[in-house]
Design a protein around this ligand. Structure first.
Ligand code: GLU
Length: 454
C-alpha cells in the first residue's frame, strides 16, 4: 500500500476549538499509527478572519498538544505552499483543466461546476421540474466511520465567485489532489459536502480519498454542539487553568474514540499503537469536565517532583502565594507533600497557602469542632515545651516526643493532632501532619504555636 497522507486543514478563526483540536489529533494519530505523513494546510481564504494572531493561536495550540506536522508552515515540504492564500496559480491551473474537460460554464459572472450527466442548473428549474433530469448514479461514500452513505447532487454549483475568489469545495479538493491526500478525517458537519467533493475528484479523473467523518462533540449538558463559549472549548485556555497537555491530549483522544477494553488513561505511544478507524464511535461524544479533571489529576500525581515544581511555581507566584524568588528546596518540599493530594493545579494555591504566608485564613467551622472536644489552646500549650526541647525537628522525632508526652498524660497521641494542625495552618485537613511539621521547620512551627496560645 502506498504511504498514508493525511491533513489537518483549519481555517484560522482566532480560537483553537476543541473540535478542531480533536480533528487535528485524529489525523496526527492516524499518520503516526500508519507511519504516514501528517500535513498542516491552512485554509486561509477568508481574508478578514485570517490574521497573524489567528494563525499564532492555532500553531501554538497544536504545539502545546504535541502535534507535530511533517509538512506545512515552518517546516515546508514538496507540496507547498501550505497556505491556500498562496496557491492561486495552482487553482488557476486546475480550473483550466476543468474548463478543457468541458466541466465549467460561466453564469452571472461566476464560474459554475457542471455535474456529470444531465442536471438542473438553477434552483427554480430543480423545483419546477416535471421530469426527472438526474440520470447518473448518486454518489456513494464508503465512509470509514459512518459506513455507506449515498447522496445525490442535483444542482451544478459555483466554484469561483464573481469577485474571482475560489469557493471552499473547489480549493479543498484541488489541494487534496495536489497534496496526494489519501485519507480525509474531518468533522461530521462536512459529510454533507462530501458528495460535491467526490463529484469534483471524479471530474479531475482522481480517485477520491478514503473519508472518515468523526462525530460531533456535544456540550457538557443539554443538546447542541460544544460552542466556543462553553467552558473547556478553547485549547488556549487550558494551560492557564493548570491543565497538563498530556492529560488534555489523552482526554481529547477519548472524545469519539475508544480502545476495545475501554481503558482511559493511556500514554500517547499506546494510543498511537491502538488508534484506528474501527475504534471511532458513530455516536456523538459528550464533553465531560469531571472526567478531564480526573485524568489531569492522575497525570499531575505522576509528574516527577522537579517538573511539578517548575509547573506550579508561576501559578503560585501569580496568586501571590509565593514571590518569584521563593527558595527552591522549600517549595519543592512543600509540593512533595501536596502533589499526592492535588486534584487540580487550580486548587493548589489555596491548598499550600499557609506554608508560605503567616496570615492564612482560619476555618471557623474547624475551630468550633475542635473546641468541642478539648480546649485547643491548652493542648497546644502542653505540646509547645515538648517540641521546643527537640534536638532534631523531623517527623520521627516529633512523633516519638509527642507520643511520650501523650502516654505520660494517659492520652492517645491522636487526641493532640487536630489542635496542632489547626494551630499551624488554620485548617482541619491537608497533607499528613508530621511530615508537614518537618517541612515547615522548627522556627515557623514554634512561632505559630506561640501565637496561637496568644
Ligand atoms: N477548512 C475546513 C474546515 O476548517 C476543512 C474541512 C476539511 O477538513 O476538509 O472545516
Amino acid at each position: 500500500m502506498s504511504e498514508v497522507r493525511v491533513r489537518f486543514a483549519p481555517s484560522p478563526t482566532g480560537f483553537f476549538h476543541i473540535g478542531s483540536a480533536r480533528t487535528a489529533l485524529f489525523n496526527w494519530l492516524y499518520a503516526r499509527h500508519t507511519g504516514g505523513k501528517f500535513i498542516l494546510r491552512v485554509e486561509d481564504t477568508d481574508k478578514q478572519r485570517n490574521t497573524e494572531e489567528a494563525l499564532r493561536v492555532l500553531l501554538e495550540g497544536m504545539r502545546w498538544l504535541g502535534l507535530d506536522w511533517d509538512e506545512g508552515p515552518d517546516v515546508g515540504g514538496d507540496c507547498g505552499p501550505y497556505f491556500q492564500s498562496e496557491r492561486q496559480p495552482i487553482y488557476d491551473e486546475y480550473l483550466a483543466r476543468l474548463k478543457d474537460a468541458g466541466r465549467t460554464y460561466e453564469k452571472e459572472g461566476a464560474i459554475w461546476f457542471k455535474l456529470a450527466g444531465e442536471r438542473y442548473t438553477t434552483y427554480d428549474e430543480f423545483k419546477q421540474a416535471e421530469v426527472e433530469k438526474v440520470k447518473t448514479q448518486p454518489v456513494v461514500i464508503d465512509d470509514a466511520v459512518r459506513g455507506r452513505v449515498e447522496r445525490s447532487e442535483e444542482m451544478d454549483f459555483v466554484i469561483v465567485r464573481k469577485d474571482g475568489s475560489p469557493v471552499f469545495h473547489f480549493v479543498n479538493v484541488v489541494d487534496d489532489i495536489a497534496m496526494g491526500i489519501t485519507h480525509v478525517i474531518r468533522g461530521e458537519d462536512h459529510l454533507s459536502n462530501t458528495s460535491k467533493h467526490v463529484e469534483l475528484f471524479q471530474a479531475f479523473g482522481a480517485t477520491p480519498p478514503v473519508f472518515a467523518h468523526i462525530p460531533l462533540i456535544l456540550k457538557q449538558s443539554g443538546p447542541g454542539k460544544m460552542s466556543k463559549r462553553d467552558q473547556g472549548a478553547l485549547i488556549e485556555e487550558y494551560a492557564g487553568r493548570g491543565f497538563l497537555p498530556s492529560a488534555v491530549r489523552n482526554y481529547i483522544c477519548l472524545l469519539g474514540w475508544s480502545p476495545k477494553d475501554d481503558r482511559e488513561k493511556m500514554d500517547i505511544g499506546e494510543i498511537i499503537e491502538r488508534f484506528d478507524f474501527p475504534g471511532i464511535n458513530r455516536g456523538n461524544a459528550r464533553f465531560d469536565e469531571q472526567k478531564l479533571a480526573a485524568l489531569n489529576a492522575e497525570y499531575l500525581r505522576e509528574l516527577e517532583i522537579g517538573s511539578f515544581t517548575f509547573l506550579v511555581r508561576p501559578i503560585l507566584a501569580a496568586k501571590g502565594v509565593i514571590t518569584e524568588d521563593e527558595d527552591e528546596d522549600y517549595l519543592q518540599a512543600v509540593l512533595k507533600l501536596a502533589q499526592p493530594k492535588a486534584r487540580s493545579l487550580e486548587d493548589l494555591p489555596e491548598y499550600v497557602d499557609y506554608f508560605f504566608q503567616d496570615d492564612y485564613p482560619v476555618d471557623g467551622k474547624v475551630a468550633e469542632k475542635i473546641a468541642k472536644k478539648a480546649d485547643p489552646k491548652s493542648l497546644v500549650a502542653e505540646m509547645l515545651p515538648v517540641l521546643e526541647g527537640l534536638a532534631a525537628f523531623d517527623a520521627d522525632s516529633i512523633k516519638s516526643a509527642l507520643e511520650g508526652h501523650a502516654e505520660a498524660q494517659g492520652q492517645k497521641v491522636f487526641a493532640y493532632f487536630p489542635a496542632l494542625r489547626f494551630a499551624v495552618s488554620g485548617q482541619g485537613g491537608g497533607p499528613d501532619l508530621l511530615p508537614m511539621l518537618e517541612v515547615m521547620g522548627r522556627e515557623r512551627v514554634l512561632a505559630r504555636l506561640r501565637r496561637f496560645i496568644g
